[in-house]
Design a protein around this ligand. Structure first.
Ligand SMILES: [Fe+2]
Ligand SMILES: [Fe+2]
Length: 266
């Protein structure tokens, strides 16, 4: 099976890019399943039932998130009502929502062809200290593997060392670990010896004439003065960033990993 993972969707330009570009990517890569990180889909901060609805309607099957998950209060409704929306697994017990799920993979020819486990975990280096991610993730993977051989992990983290160590720790247990959060696509895609595909960061989907999706000038002013600024979502040079991963259905091992950077031309 082939899946596309889309890096952090930023604001309206990001949502628009997914809607416009996903049908073409689906055809071009013969995609069976699409996962997207939506933590910045509402005005650049957080996610609401409306922005999630737009992303699902564009053809995304599962939405993951990260540290910005709480930025819009309407997210509570989404966490309670939609199992296709994940928040990082390693929030403390009792936190609303879910960090993993098992979903059906359908193809037009075969109907339901397999299942996929999706896991969202957040790192702790240069981020608020959540529960310890490594062992919690390993435990969740053990549970998911009882129901699906194919497992995808979005590891939302800042430090490349934490990301690589986390993915190496899970090598052979999951089909892929792809990083999010930095909004900068890395060029280190590879398949580890155990069969786990890896990319340190998928990048972000939205306006790249920007600082990580936001207007440039206010971010420069913030670094110059240290004073808080309003960071509006930028507009120019919209790209969809992500990664396509081909997986052996029978074993769950990754066969191929390919970065995606697709420009919105309209
Ligand atoms: Fe983000
Ligand atoms: Fe983030």
């Amino acid at each position: 099976m082939k899946l596309l993972f889309i890096g952090d969707i930023v604001g309206r330009p990001g949502r628009h890019a997914v809607k416009e570009l996903l049908p073409k990517l689906r055809e071009q890569h013969a995609l069976d399943f699409v996962i997207a990180n939506g933590e910045n889909s509402a005005g650049g901060s957080g996610i609401t039932p409306e922005t999630a609805g737009e992303i699902f309607s564009a053809g995304v099957d599962v939405i993951t998130s990260g540290d910005h998950v709480w930025d819009q209060k309407e997210v509570m409704e989404l966490l309670a009502s939609d199992k296709r929306f994940l928040r990082p697994l390693n929030y403390p017990p009792g936190t609303p929502g879910q960090g993993s799920g098992v979903f059906e993979v359908r193809s037009s020819e075969f109907g339901v062809r397999s299942s996929i486990g999706v896991l969202n975990v957040q790192g702790r280096t240069f981020l608020p200290p959540l529960e310890y991610p490594f062992l919690l993730a390993a435990e969740a993977v053990r549970r998911l593997r009882e129901r699906s051989k194919i497992i995808f992990v979005d590891f939302h983290a800042e430090a490349t060392s934490e990301k690589i160590a986390f993915a190496r720790f899970l090598d052979g247990q999951v089909s892929a670990v792809v990083g999010t959060h930095t909004h900068v696509q890395t060029a280190d895609e590879q398949i580890f010896p155990g069969g786990t595909a890896y990319l340190s960061d998928a990048g972000f989907t939205g306006p790249h004439e920007s600082v990580l999706g936001r207007e440039i000038e206010p971010v420069i002013r913030r670094f110059l003065t240290g004073m808080p600024q309003r960071f509006e979502v930028a507009k120019g040079r919209v790209l969809l960033h992500g990664v396509v991963i081909e997986i052996n259905d029978a074993t769950g091992a990754a066969l191929k990993i390919q970065r995606v950077a697709e420009a919105l031309t309209a």
